[in-house]
Design a protein around this ligand. Structure first.
Ligand code: GRF
Length: 217
């Protein structure tokens, strides 16, 4: 066992296949990653079932009960902080987070996005890549800053676009890569190798390239 484990709290709204990849990779005896809790803003998120099946604490915080984003985010922060995380991982959490929230977790908040950022921030990334005729697409893990899908990149995986790709076939291959790069980035953080420096992400004390660590097929 590593001398110190890294407490991770995962936030999600949906299927949670990225959570599953994180759970699977944290099961090894020498893993420094301890998934301490999973929080969803949706009671019907399948990711909650995945967490329960793995014996991980879950919580649901629905935004409907709150008077605005600030109030919801304050309650969310209190819930997360009660789990004493070293790292907070957004894994398909479909909420825009307030500046207060993002600043509170500065340097210990990661997100995964299904495009080669800075291309295609926001939604419908696979469709947009196909419509643009891109020959390469992919996914990105980044530190979260106040700019939506805009923080310093940690790792990107490139996926070749085939001429006969559909949104679904492309999404499936990108998703498969997400399940490789998110556990990798979380492990780096847990090992103390990855951190957010003043000018961007650092791996083993060295600045990462603007694209982050790039994985090609
Ligand atoms: C992923 O495509 C991720 O990139 C995006 O939300 C999706 C979550 O998928 N942020 P899942 O719930 O982990 O299957």
């Amino acid at each position: 066992m590593p001398s110190k484990t890294c407490n991770v709290v995962v936030l999600l709204s949906g299927s949670g296949s990225n959570l599953q990849a994180l759970i699977d990779s944290s099961l090894g005896q020498d893993s420094p990653v301890q998934i301490r809790g999973v929080i969803s803003n949706r009671a019907d998120a399948y990711g909650l079932e995945r967490a329960k099946a793995a014996g991980i604490d879950t919580a649901v915080l629905q935004h409907q009960g709150f008077d605005g984003r600030q109030a919801f985010d304050a309650a969310l922060m209190a819930l997360i902080d009660g789990m004493q995380p070293d790292l907070v991982v957004l894994a398909g959490f479909m909420r825009i987070l307030s500046g207060d929230f993002v600043r509170h977790y500065q340097g210990r908040l990661l997100n995964i996005h299904p495009s080669l950022l800075p291309k295609y921030k926001g939604l419908h990334t696979h469709q947009r890549a196909l419509e643009a005729g891109d020959t390469e697409h992919g996914c990105s893990v980044h530190f979260v800053t106040e700019e939506l899908d805009g923080g310093p990149l940690v790792v990107q995986a490139v996926v070749a676009v085939a001429p006969d790709d559909t949104v679904q076939s492309l999404a499936d291959r990108v998703h498969h890569q997400e399940h490789q790069i998110y556990p990798l980035a979380v492990r780096w953080f847990a090992q103390g190798r990855l951190r957010l420096g003043e000018h961007g992400a650092l791996l083993d004390g060295q600045p990462l390239a603007a694209s982050g660590h790039l994985i090609r097929p």
